[in-house]
Design a protein around this ligand. Structure first.
Ligand SMILES: [Zn+2]
Length: 569
């Protein structure tokens, strides 16, 4: 079957299998949700404007991701009216939020259409631009002294296209001018309706940021956003750069790397936009806020902490909320093998963070609650020594995640991190995971946030979460980080296998071992050397027979790598 000239790559049977056996649902809240029903009418009106904005942001993200996304989405939607086959392909498109995606299991992306492949530089760069040509053009531009143009090309907020002489960068506010002006409009209307003063103020700044070609405006909007703690309405415009795999390659070319350093050019991968709308859950938020006081204390415990300034140390400017989700769009809805449970924004590359603005952590309740308890028990039966089963408590994963998100606020600043190029994200996610576990005992001893029994539960549940379902690819930083952690634990005898090939844990070694791993990670960040990062990752990120065995067990229990987000608004 063809859609706008492109043939569907998967048979109807394959689609059936994916949709009925391999897809898990994440159900977001609807208009019948108690906390929604009890809102002021004005705030409900504001939320409906914010949902409109989220849909336009979705369109922007689809364009950023692939040049054919909109054409083929519309084609599939239209064909769905008369064809069951097209309808199924459309469902998969909605799950990936794009023409293709990794499912977290296959090493290659799943492509919905024949010969429609994802690009390293997504649609941020010309699709026929190879890494080699990209580097050559930049070197030529350096020789011609076009420093300002290079800076724009390597900025997180531009689309890059070919020009007569090479490449030119177009600011998002120009490239997406029609969409951004509509978004700004919706935000202004939401600001007008809402009864929440802090939100009103933030939305007005955010609307301006969509209209002006000025990083300063984004920074001001981010700073207001990061203060939102006490209201009922959650609204986030996310700008994260995990999707772009081309910009970071500039550090792999020695000539280019030297030129970039000589001219002091800041390199940031391209931002994909995402949007989250929801309601702040006050009870859940209270629990998360308990971890806040520990941050300055943990900053002191960080390895080599005298060698860098930590954002959190100067001022404890972090807000944290637990959210019941109404809508996830754009980058948030790119359900390609995984979906975010929590997030700490703005990221380090953003001006607001560099100029002392705060951060905000948002936890996704509906994502967190979407686990399969029966399957988890089968996994324990197959892989974990019986005496440890009692310590597995899925709920405690939330405590680990809190530590992970806080971990992003600790350690060397962004200049160190981004210097690692395409390895930066793996090392950063690895750092956040390891901070969470390495300091858990210190948190328990000093702040009594959790009990010692819960500490064992957190360790056990986290270790089970390291049982990967497939060999991870470099472009999945979280999975790569987990593989590194698993191998490190195994090499240092924190975990080992008994005679029956079941895993056991030596709780007494967790703290010491994770602290030593943390030191190694911080050394890599401080080195600013992509080669060191690469060597570290290849040393600890090996796919061993043990991992293969675990992945086979996972597969035999059935794996649901596809995600369907059920939206009711
Ligand atoms: Zn993270």
């Amino acid at each position: 079957m063809h859609i706008n000239g492109y043939e569907i790559n998967l048979s109807e049977e394959e689609l059936d299998y994916i949709l009925s056996n391999q897809t898990r649902n994440i159900e977001l809240i609807g208009p019948d949700f108690e906390a929604y029903k009890s809102l002021f009418e004005y705030d409900k009106k504001a939320l409906s404007r914010l949902i409109c904005a989220s849909k336009i942001i979705d369109e922007v993200a689809l364009i950023q991701d692939h040049p054919l996304n909109l054409l083929l989405k519309d084609g599939l939607k239209e064909a769905s009216k008369t064809s069951e086959y097209a309808k199924k392909a459309y469902q998969l498109f909605q799950s990936f939020h794009g023409v293709s995606g990794f499912n977290g299991i296959c090493p290659e992306p799943i492509e919905i259409f024949k010969n429609v492949k994802p690009y390293k530089g997504k649609n941020f760069y010309p699709t026929d631009l190879s890494v080699r040509e990209f580097h050559q053009i930049l070197i030529r531009m350096f020789e011609a002294g076009e420093i300002e143009d290079i800076q724009k090309i390597l900025s997180s907020r531009t689309m890059v296209r070919r020009s007569k002489s090479g490449l030119r960068a177009i600011d998002y506010t120009s490239f997406f001018a029609p969409q951004f002006s509509q978004i700004a409009n919706e935000l202004e209307l939401a600001a007008y309706h809402t009864t929440e003063e802090d939100l009103k103020e933030y939305l007005s700044w955010q609307a301006q940021a969509f209209l002006q070609n000025n990083e300063e405006m984004d920074s001001l909007a981010d700073k207001h956003w990061a203060l939102l703690q006490s209201g009922n309405i959650e609204f986030t415009v996310s700008r994260e750069n995990y999707e772009d795999e081309l910009t970071g390659t500039v550090f792999e070319n020695d000539v280019l790397k030297t030129l970039i350093e000589q001219h002091n050019i800041e390199v940031n991968s391209k931002d994909t936009l995402g949007c989250r709308v929801g309601l702040i859950n006050h009870e859940g938020t209270e629990l998360i806020l308990k971890s806040k006081d520990s941050l300055p204390f943990l900053a002191e415990l960080m390895p080599y902490c005298d060698r860098y300034t930590q954002n959190i140390k100067t001022e404890n400017n972090q807000t944290m909320v637990d959210v019941d989700l109404m809508v996830l769009s754009g980058d948030y809805a790119f359900a390609r093998g995984a979906i975010t449970t929590a997030q700490n924004l703005p990221n380090d590359d953003k001006l607001s963070v560099k100029t002392g603005g705060g951060r905000r952590n948002v936890y996704h309740r509906q994502v967190r609650f979407s686990t399969d308890k029966m399957r988890a028990q089968k996994l324990l039966d197959a892989l974990l020594e019986k005496s440890f089963h009692a310590y597995f408590k899925e709920e405690t994963m939330h405590f680990f995640v809190i530590g992970h998100e806080n971990g992003h606020s600790l350690g060397p600043d962004s200049s160190y991190k981004s210097a690692l190029g395409i390895y930066a994200h793996i090392i950063e996610e690895n750092k956040a995971d390891v901070i969470s576990v390495a300091f858990m005992e210190d948190v328990v001893k000093t702040f009594h946030t959790y009990t010692f029994d819960e500490l064992k539960q957190i360790y056990t549940t986290w270790i089970v979460s390291l049982f990967l379902k497939a060999k991870p690819v470099l472009s999945k930083p979280h999975r790569m980080a987990e593989l590194i952690e698993f191998n490190y634990l195994l090499a240092h005898n924190v975990i080992s296998f008994n005679g029956e090939n079941k895993l056991k844990i030596d709780f007494s070694l967790v703290n010491k071992t994770m602290k030593s791993l943390l030191s190694e990670i911080i050394e890599v960040q401080l080195s600013k050397s992509p080669e060191k990062a690469k060597a570290f990752i290849s040393k600890w990120g090996q796919w061993s027979d043990v991992s293969e065995h675990i992945a086979n067990v996972q597969k035999s229990l059935g794996v649901k790598p596809y995600i369907k987000i059920i939206t009711k608004f």
